[in-house]
Design a protein around this ligand. Structure first.
Ligand code: GLN
Length: 192
């Protein structure tokens, strides 16, 4: 049985819980999806999602509760971690409160004020030919990637999804659309 955690300090947690449960069901995986707030809960996970929300707030709470070290231990154990939107910012290396888990440089609120939120159809070859309808909310972009980072999607020439080993950074909100392919792709990493 697998246990996937959604980091539940702040942000859109319940949407990720719902999407993850649905994806597990579709893949006939037996397991649990838990809202994670403590070090002990982190220790036993087989996968972790860091959700969208406010990266500054989440980062402060991660350090207040001393969770960063346990999250880093998950990376050492090759436990998959996916950060979406604010979660992507936390996975990166160059914002205040970032955990520096991935070799990516990130620009917060990269689409500016007038376009704080928009939707776009993306080509994500790893997910198949069908375009992926993505919801961007005050989204970041990845400005630079290290050699060990694979770019999975771009929007207007800007990197919006990338992977480094079992770490996935997503600039948009896969939990807000009924398309479960990103959650399923993430669960696919658990089994390998
Ligand atoms: N702009 C937010 C931040 O910097 C992220 C937005 C989101 O997660 N929807 O934390």
């Amino acid at each position: 049985m697998i246990e996937v955690g959604i980091l539940s300090l702040q942000g859109d947690v319940s949407e990720h819980v719902f999407a993850m449960k649905s994806a597990m069901k579709k893949m006939a995986l037996s397991g649990e999806v838990v809202e994670v707030k403590t070090k002990d809960q982190l220790k036993v996970l087989n996968g972790l999602i860091i959700p969208g929300g406010e990266s500054t707030t989440q980062g402060k709470l991660i350090s207040k509760y001393g969770l960063g070290i346990e999250i880093k231990k998950l990376v050492d154990r090759e436990v998959p971690i996916m950060g979406t939107c604010a979660g992507l910012i936390l996975l990166g290396e160059d914002n205040r409160n970032s955990l520096g888990l991935m070799n990516i440089k990130v620009r917060r609120n990269a689409f500016g004020r007038q376009r704080e939120s928009f939707e776009a159809d993306l080509r994500i070859p790893k997910l198949g030919k069908k375009l992926y309808h993505a919801v961007f909310i005050r989204a970041p972009v990845i400005k630079e990637v290290g050699d060990d980072v694979e770019i999975l999607a771009e929007y207007n020439g800007r990197i919006v999804m990338a992977q480094q080993d079992k770490l996935i950074a997503v600039a948009f909100h896969p939990e807000l659309t009924p398309d479960l392919r990103i959650h399923r792709y993430f669960l696919g990493l658990l089994k390998k």
